[in-house]
Design a protein. Structure first.
Length: 283
């Protein structure tokens, strides 16, 4: 009997995909993508991975047909190349990918700060998509923003959407200038949430709770509130208002957090600083 996950994988477009996806880089994000593809039914034999230091689970997939560090002749026509290496090694990695690119190949970069122009200089004439996924992709709950160049055909865009929806939600933009703000908000955003949980735990300890209990309460509260926000049709402001009784304990805390213009201006400055750094890194 098939499990619900099995049924989903059997009906997902990736289960019927017959081409080749080349993944360049199998670190944390690359591995998350690979895991998502396999979970939705993409056959290992449809995947080639270039990774100088592969993890054991990736090496094990070679027994099921995955091609690890293959020569060009062992790959065939590549439908998509997903570049998941660190931005600083891009100048040496991209030229090595040129032999794998044919007219129908779409190249997808998840490298922060590397622009479409940078990619086009290294891969002239190619269909290119710049993306920014974020860390929750590791548990299938990420969000990816993608921007294509003019050479991306509708079918290529659909393939990219399918590949990244395997690890969460996908949003498309037409203006690449937005990507610095995307990096600052959703790319760096998980760290802001983790900082909130850290600060809540420290505050709980200062209020008299044992550190371990304070950490547990903070983690569960942030995680549960995030899940509620995910599932609810209400926006964050309405959910906040709904949990705040006039004159109650939550209102007392929010009076402090929202004093002197509150958290919003600080977050605006933080996101602006991250966006500026993203622009600086792009040159």
């Amino acid at each position: 009997m098939s499990s619900p996950a099995d049924s989903q994988s059997q009906t997902h477009p990736l289960a019927a995909f017959s081409g080749t996806i080349l993944l360049a880089g199998a670190g944390k994000m690359g591995s998350a993508l690979l895991e998502g593809w396999l979970a939705l039914g993409l056959e290992p034999k449809s995947i080639a991975v270039i990774e100088p230091q592969p993890a054991g689970d990736i090496t094990a997939l070679t027994q099921h047909g995955l091609r690890l560090n293959p020569p060009r002749g062992a790959v065939g026509e590549v439908a998509a190349v997903v570049v998941a290496v660190k931005p600083q090694v891009a100048p040496e990695v991209l030229p090595a990918l040129v032999p794998f690119v044919v007219a129908s190949t779409v190249i997808v970069s998840i490298m922060a700060g590397r622009t479409l122009r940078f990619l086009a200089d290294a891969l002239p004439g190619a269909a290119l998509v710049r993306t920014m996924p974020n860390l929750p992709a590791a548990i299938g709950r990420g969000i990816t923003v993608a921007v294509p160049n003019a050479r991306v055909a509708p079918a290529q865009r659909e393939l990219v959407h399918t590949l990244f929806s395997a690890v969460g939600t996908v949003e498309w933009v037409d203006d690449e200038a937005m990507m610095d703000a995307v990096v600052a908000l959703s790319g760096s955003g998980p760290a802001y949430v983790f900082l909130l949980a850290e600060a809540m735990a420290q505050a709980g300890t200062a209020a008299g709770l044992p550190p371990a209990l304070a950490a547990t309460l903070a983690r569960a509260t942030v995680a549960g509130s995030g899940e509620l926000l995910h599932r609810s049709p209400l926006d964050a402001a309405t959910l906040r208002q709904n949990v705040t009784s006039p004159g109650g304990t939550t209102a007392a805390a929010l009076d402090v957090l929202m004093a002197n213009d509150g958290l919003e201006p600080l977050m605006t400055k933080a996101v602006a600083a991250a966006a500026k750094r993203s622009r600086d890194l792009a040159g």
